[in-house]
Design a protein around this ligand. Structure first.
Ligand SMILES: [Ca+2]
Length: 130
């Protein structure tokens, strides 16, 4: 129980130094021209603002954000992709400029060659972005 309390305090304790990762985010935390990944559905949990660290991230493990993204906001003027594998491999989901996805559990997914895969879950799968 003590360990759980300590962990909660760590997660809700504020912005992690230098990482651009607010501990408990909201959709409004992702400003204009920014691209943000969220740990929970409906833009909750931790948020990773990938605009600040370069929209093309080859490996989200380096940001402690591998396989945990559940919602996404793209406020940038560019279409972005979030990939299932590191190094921009595997299937991907794309977001047009201004698009947001509150729940990645049922989304349009493309194969890495750009062909249509189908509608399926992409929850907790993103490992790279570009
Ligand atoms: Ca993955």
């Amino acid at each position: 129980m003590l360990a759980a309390v300590a962990a909660t305090a760590l997660v809700t304790g504020g912005v992690l130094a230098g990482s651009g990762v607010p501990a408990q985010a909201a959709e409004s935390d992702c400003g204009s021209n920014q691209i943000c990944l969220f740990q929970e559905y409906n833009y909750g949990g931790r948020m990773l603002n990938i605009t600040r660290i370069g929209a093309c991230i080859p490996n989200l493990k380096g940001w402690e954000f591998n396989d945990i993204t559940s919602s996404v906001v793209n406020n940038s003027p560019s279409t972005i992709r979030i990939y299932q594998d590191i190094g921009h491999g595997g299937k991907y989901v794309k977001l047009a400029p201004g698009e947001r996805i509150a729940n990645l559990s049922s989304v349009a997914i493309y194969n890495n060659d750009g062909s249509w895969f189908g509608v399926n879950t992409f929850n907790d799968r993103a490992s790279s972005t570009c």
